[in-house]
Write a protein that binds this ligand. Sequence first.
Ligand code: PMH
Length: 369
Amino acid sequence: MIYRNTWAEINLAAIGHNIRQLKETLPEGHQVMTVVKANGYGHGSVQVAKAALDEGINFLMVAMLEEAIELRNAGIRTPTLVIGRVPPIHARVAAKHDITLTVFDLAWLQEISEEVFEYPLSIHLEFETGMNRTGISTERQLREIVATIEKLDHIHLTGAYMHFATADEINTVQYEQQKEQYEMMLGALSKLYPHPLITHIGNSAAGIQYPKEMLQYTRFGVATYGLYPSKDIKELDTVDLQQAFSLYSELIQVKKIAAGECVSYGATYCATEDEWIGTIPIGYGDGWSRKLQGFHVLIDGKKMPIVGRICMDVMMVKLDRAYEVGQLVTLIGKDGDAMIGMSDVANHLETINYEIPCMLTKRIPRTYL
Ligand code: PMH
């Protein structure tokens, strides 16, 4: 049951549209892996995964075993890759749920060898090519890892991948260097282990910028949600993405304050003339950062500034006139011809659009169109 009058609305048709747009740029036969980690970038992983499956995607990616199990518990049996390092003692849980794990160190495999598995475990190797986050760095490490895998009957090597650090910029030398390093490592792997493997290198930025260079799968995250990975990628103008996430609330009180009266904690905003103030039930306890003081919302298609400190549960805006209690407020999304994009909020907070839907807590109910 939803009792509060602040809610996010996720447009699943937009998710479908975005996946179709992305697929169109990829060459025939190339596949989409939909990234639904961090609760589908705050949109709801199960709902997004189902919408993506309706578009014919056939691989899902998450960061943690918990996130993959959540998909399985919702009845989603699609191959699912976990990119994070799952502690070896829990690998058998992944095997039981037919969840693919990432391996990038020998020690992990050595620990696994002590474990008893009821079901085989599928793994993808991650190559370190320049991100310097996780991955196998050298051919020597790769040789040891493959030799160990071959001794473990219950471990099936099914894929190899890497992650770009700079694909959201135009013409980066690093993109080329990382790709070259991956090809070198993949060449070495195919000699050591001459079996078919699922290969994937690209995120949204790489998939949009270099669609012909992606291998079997592209791991599309942010673009699935209708958000561009960067201004540069948006300006390429090759895909038309629709933002799926909107955030709405309603005025819960409207009052007139007199010149000299102040608003909220610290009295940081004081009226210079008589003005209308509206109260909106969202605050930093919902992940709506205090740093959004000075940003705006949309009411009746017009921008209304957020005034005074944002409280834990509510905040105040300056209105251009009196509105009724219950008046719709758009915090993210479209209102008439006006729009607050995820990137507008991100720019105000000096962060990236990715962070905004992730930072809105589960206190804000997600509803689906
Ligand atoms: N593949 C890997 C390994 C990732 O870590 C991510 C996103 C993606 C694909 C999808 O990227 P996209 O959303 O740009 O398409 N990972 C992160 C991250 O760790 N911080 O921001 C995005």
